[in-house]
Design a protein around this ligand. Structure first.
Ligand SMILES: C[S@@+](CC[C@H](N)C(=O)[O-])C[C@H]1O[C@@H](n2cnc3c(N)ncnc32)[C@H](O)[C@@H]1O
Length: 218
């Protein structure tokens, strides 16, 4: 793990994870990022989650645990932070869940069960350091794990150009200064271009200050 990628994961302790759903998915999504967890993000997750699923950047496991997965669904959780992995594993409560502690900016270890019908990246890219060209490494690392008809999908908070409100600008300033976010320069256009270098079918839609994306056909 690199020093800079550690900062985007280190903040998720057992204590901050207890507050995460309320502060991020409740207060911040509504008032700062203007993208509703229940009306936009959870339905988007539900539409795309498949039978063999890999969740990258798991946090508290909120979306997976609210997704009403089919009994045959197999889930792998991947995160740099062991507290996040543990919180999501417990919340999901499925005995066949696989865990992988890994920095997604680094090449993946061999031996991960493939292919995956779906791979989710919710609120991960804006936590990573660097610009979209650095973050693109995530797509390069993950695309070999995707089934031919599988989908990689996610959501990420955009940078300064999207025009944040006062609350959003305060959060952006504090989080980017501390390295919790690294998204000042992220735009929907650079995200689309980065995805298009790795996948032939790409969609990017902006809701509030958040880009929702899908990518198919690596
Ligand atoms: C903002 S939380 C998102 C949680 C959840 N997906 C959601 O949308 O509510 C970001 C998660 O990504 C993880 N993370 C941050 N940087 C990472 C990296 N380089 N590799 C893997 N996981 C990382 C953090 O530990 C944390 O669990």
């Amino acid at each position: 793990m690199t020093h800079s990628s550690e900062a985007g994961a280190a903040v998720y302790s057992p204590l901050t994870l207890k507050l995460y759903d309320w502060w991020v998915l409740g207060v911040s999504n509504r008032f700062a990022w203007q993208c509703s967890t229940n009306e936009v993000l959870q339905p988007f997750f539900n539409r795309h989650v498949g039978t063999r699923h890999l969740d990258v950047g798991v946090g508290t496991g909120f979306y997976l645990s609210n997704a009403q997965l089919k009994p045959e669904t197999e889930v792998t959780l991947l995160d740099l932070n062991s507290s996040s992995l543990e919180a999501a594993r417990v919340r999901l409560g499925r005995s066949n869940t696989r865990l992988l502690r890994h920095d997604i900016l680094q090449p993946l270890p061999t031996g991960i069960a493939t292919p995956h019908d779906s791979i989710s990246l919710f609120y991960l890219l804006h936590c990573l350091p660097g610009n979209m060209q650095t973050k693109e490494q995530v797509f390069a690392n993950l695309k070999p794990l995707l089934a031919d008809n599988g989908v990689l999908f996610g959501a990420t908070i955009l940078g300064d150009d999207v025009g944040h409100n006062g609350f959003g600008r305060k959060l952006m300033a504090v989080y980017n200064k501390k390295g919790i976010f690294g998204n000042r320069n992220d735009t929907a256009q650079t995200l689309r271009a980065a995805l298009a270098r790795h996948f032939s079918e790409v969609t990017v839609e902006v809701r509030g200050k958040v880009a929702l994306f899908t990518a198919r056909k690596p």
